[in-house]
Design a binder for this molecule. Structure first.
Ligand code: PLP
Length: 492
């Protein structure tokens, strides 16, 4: 019964539904009534033993999965090209990462999946690791051999946690989609229903299967990070999305895949654009590919991906999902219609007319796409003494923060990793392009202050060794693990 501009815009109905835990509507922190019933329906529809509704996105599910699976000082094996929420989970949990280096697609300058052999190597080298983390799929639709990874991990007594932020639709279209985490036998997965299954932004679900983890402990982890005032609107939207997807999702997703195919055939005929589909990704280290991701490579254009991203909105009212230097990404989901695709295709035709020059080739790809060396684990760097430096002065300093383009939100550098001069150049080039860089401070970057950090003497010799020899580069090892100058202490 209030009036303000948002009420006028959204309508009173929305506000009437926005109630906070009245009698009869259950409690998301301890579901035992209608919310439990809705979560059970969701688990059933998605092939899980338990489902936990999330009102702070898959990010919160990822943090809860890692808090449940790893204590401080315990090891987790994960691809380096994870979303920032995983790095935040490492800071909160104190888990020690063993980063697997994904295959880099040098054409598109994107990171795909680590190979099965890399998982194997890391598992053998770190037999006491508690869990393996897998992305299914990456933002660009790259899929690894999840079933084989699960078998390998379970054979070594390790749990498997999966990031399915971009894979919600697989659960409702089993025959023509990549394998879901639950079908692959993974233990837990966080799934962004809001991205491709039609619930409201910020609503996701954490699924679990089997008895490696206790549902009570997962709920406990969630209760650490969740608000005590969960939005009923988000929760209701999850239940509605589940109901739609469980009954009509297969058909809706089938149409989505067909539209993506249609878009691919149309765009491939436009000079300057090329859709990189399944065969491209299989040739770049992937086991499978999500056909609903339309990865459009650019060439012989006088604009790059970032400029096309801006032009798309400014001139054609087209919001691309994200841009990289040589590609843009469109995500097709159940709400995508043919008229949207036709508008995209017509816009790209116009862009081609204005910006395509057959004689022009993009400059040689000049970025060093390797990930920086991990020197200390994210939690240690987070708590170390820090100082702010200008970008030009970052080389050879240990980062205290994550720096990334958003989207995709994959850190170019994580806390604990060492800046290289190549990375400084890369970030400077993004800045020059006007690309938004996500970091903590507006102009400077936070690095470990070696003079003030009282633990630095423990690490100094090894740090000098790295700086002078740079012997241990992540890509030549296949994996990279922080050196911490002694046994990890469970208390830090
Ligand atoms: C790969 C990946 N994982 C996790 C997330 C986090 O998902 P959410 O936005 O639902 O918190 C994202 C978000 O874009 C993502 O791209």
């Amino acid at each position: 019964n209030i009036s303000n501009p948002a009420v006028s815009l959204l309508g009173r109905h929305v506000y009437r539904l926005d109630v906070n835990a009245p009698i009869g509507l259950d409690n998301l922190a301890h579901p035992s009534g209608v919310l439990k019933e809705a979560e059970d329906y969701c688990a059933d529809a998605m092939g899980a033993d338990h489902a936990f509704f999330l009102i702070n996105g898959t990010s919160s599910g990822i943090i809860a999965m890692i808090l449940t699976a790893c204590k401080a000082g315990e090891t987790i094996i994960l691809p380096r090209n994870v979303h920032k929420s995983i790095i935040n989970a490492l800071i909160l949990s104190g888990a020690v990462p063993v980063y697997l280096m994904p295959e880099i697609d040098e054409d598109l300058e994107i990171a795909n999946q680590p190979s099965l052999e890399q998982y194997q190597k890391a598992i053998q080298a770190h037999p006491s690791a508690k869990a393996i983390f897998v992305i299914n799929p990456t933002y660009f639709g790259a899929v690894g051999n999840l079933r084989a990874i699960v078998e390998l991990a379970h054979a070594h007594g390790m749990g498997v946690l999966v990031d399915e932020a971009h894979g919600a639709h697989y659960y409702f279209h089993a025959s023509g989609s990549p394998l879901t985490a639950m079908d692959a036998g993974a233990d837990m997965s966080s799934v962004s229903m809001h991205k491709t299954a039609g619930s409201l932004t910020g609503s996701s679900v954490l699924l679990m299967k089997g008895d490696r983890y206790s549902p009570f402990e997962i709920q406990r982890s969630l209760n650490i990070i969740n608000t005590t005032s969960p939005s009923g609107l988000l929760i209701a939207s999850l239940d509605g999305a589940r109901q739609f997807m469980a009954t009509k999702g297969k058909q809706a997703q089938e149409e989505t895949y067909k539209l993506a195919e249609y878009a691919e055939s149309q765009i491939n005929g436009i000079p300057g654009f090329r859709v990189c589909g399944k065969s491209h990704f299989l040739a770049h280290g992937c086991f499978d590919f999500d056909r609903s991701k339309l990865v459009i490579a650019l060439d012989s254009l006088d604009i790059n991906g970032f400029q096309l991203y801006q032009l798309g909105m400014a001139k054609y009212k087209i919001q691309f999902e994200l841009a990289e230097t040589y590609a843009v990404l469109c995500i097709f989901a159940i709400g995508t219609k043919k008229e949207h695709v036709d508008r995209l295709v017509a816009s790209l035709r116009e862009v081609s007319k204005e910006h395509y020059h057959p004689e022009m080739k993009f400059a040689d790809h000049h970025f060093d796409n390797r990930f920086p060396y991990a020197f200390i684990r994210p939690r240690i760097a987070f708590h170390a003494a820090g100082m702010l430096v200008r970008l030009e002065d970052c080389a050879d300093k240990i980062s205290k923060e994550q720096v990334m383009l958003y989207p995709p939100g994959i850190p170019l550098i994580c806390p604990g990793e060492v800046w290289t001069k190549e990375l400084v150049e890369r970030v400077a080039s993004y800045r020059k392009e006007g690309v938004k860089i996500l970091s903590t401070y507006p102009d400077e970057f936070e690095v470990v202050d070696q003079a003030k950090w009282r633990k630095f003497p423990l690490y100094q010799r090894r740090f000098q060794e790295y700086i002078t020899n740079r012997r241990t580069t992540p890509s030549s090892d296949g994996y990279s693990m922080p050196f911490e100058g002694g046994p990890h202490k469970a208390t830090v």
